[in-house]
Design a protein around this ligand. Structure first.
Ligand code: DGY
Length: 326
């Protein structure tokens, strides 16, 4: 039996208390970073050297340099479904299991994708700014026109857990036709949502709303670029709630300015944080949020519990319930 008090867990950010409490009540010695900023990588390395397990998230750079200096870690437990901040190949080579928190935020993130779609189609963010700047002077019969979503085609790139939830919302609310592109076909989704699998080029060409729900990998990095936007409808809306690096930002700005696509709703940007003078923030048909897809009390609480359970169960049985690199 492992003496848990001898196992020191480093918690890299201020997370929902439930995760810290769960680890403490399981008997671990916990150190929680208490500043409202991520540690620098040097600070993280320095701290991690004195601990056995790391509870971290996407603002922590767990690359080859970090892993080289902290190869003693028993487990890395990521508070997120995405783990592109972690060099998984290197962690696996070093024999370090990496846990993550899938599905905890599927509803929350799909709500944000759905909200961005509606906000963009009706220019809500821009219209709100008009009020703040005193530009609401009268009812204008032929101005501020958005577009309706009923019966339109929703394209999903990455029809996994979050993509499914987005598709369900769009089908239920607007009877949208669902098409998708994945590395592998999702036959359950095809049955449940009457979704049609299409080639990437078809997805681009047919979608009225294209919503991105893939992981960031070498294959998906900047896959939405000038060439991809050029194949989309001039009336289409691009929604990204996955990772900002999946789209090329200058190409997106150019596509919006040139009318190659109609609008964009982004919960993720490249880089993050987006700077306040970014031209996207001035555009009428663009809605931007500061990466809040999973930011509900329910989702973040569940994520904290899952990340804690991944550590607890690993020390209990060597089995990580939600593992990236089995
Ligand atoms: C994730 O889980 O990967 C989100 O981006 C943050 O919750």
């Amino acid at each position: 039996m492992i003496d848990r008090a001898n196992k020191r867990v480093l918690i890299s950010r201020i997370f929902p208390e439930v995760g810290v409490e769960r680890l403490q009540s399981a008997g671990f010695t916990v150190t929680a970073w208490d500043q409202d900023r991520p540690m620098t990588q040097d600070e993280l390395i320095e701290q991690a050297k004195q601990h056995d397990a790391l509870f971290c998230t996407l603002s922590d750079k767990i690359d080859a340099k970090f892993l080289g200096e902290c190869s003693h870690l028993d487990i890395i437990s990521q508070f997120a479904v995405g783990y592109d901040n972690i060099d998984i190949v290197e962690a696996t080579r070093l024999g370090i299991p990496v846990g993550f928190t899938p599905d905890a935020m599927s509803n929350a993130t799909a709500d944000i994708a759905f909200g961005l779609m509606i906000a963009t189609s009706r220019k809500m963010f821009f219209m709100h700014k008009q009020i703040l700047s005193g530009s609401w002077t009268s009812f204008k019969p032929n101005a501020n026109l958005g577009m309706e979503l009923t019966g339109k085609t929703l394209g999903i790139y990455g029809l996994g857990r979050i993509g499914m939830e987005m598709a369900k919302r769009c089908k239920g609310a607007y009877n949208m036709k669902v098409i998708y592109h994945n590395r592998t076909r999702n036959e359950a989704a095809e049955k449940q949502l009457d979704a049609a699998y299409v080639a990437f080029a078809e997805l681009l060409a047919q979608s009225d709303v294209l919503s991105i729900h893939c992981a960031l990998t070498a294959d998906t990095r900047e896959i939405f670029n000038k060439a991809a936007f050029a194949q989309m409808k001039p009336t289409s809306i691009f929604i990204n709630t996955s990772r900002g690096l999946v789209h090329n930002e200058p190409d997106l700005i150019e596509a919006l300015n040139a009318g190659t696509i109609w609008g964009a709703g982004l919960d993720v940007t490249n880089p993050e944080p987006m700077q306040p003078d970014n031209p996207l923030l001035q555009m009428e048909n663009v809605s931007v949020l500061p990466h809040i897809g999973s930011a509900t009390m329910e989702a973040r609480g569940k994520m904290a519990q899952m990340a804690a359970e991944n550590i607890i169960e690993f020390y209990r049985s060597k089995h990580v319930p939600h593992i990236v690199n089995p």
